[in-house]
Design a protein. Sequence first.
Length: 58
Amino acid sequence: MIPPKIPDEWSPREALAVYEFIDEIRDAIWNRYDLQLIELMKEERITTFEEDNDDGVF
């Protein structure tokens, strides 16, 4: 993922406002989709080793 370009001309107050807004959006998304996000995070963290050894033998 390419990181977004942050404008150089923001004042510290503007940067803080954007930061706080993003934080509020993140919390709202989590409150709406928490269980689905947790399940997706678990799925994405399965390693190749775990997928290759699904018979339970390590």
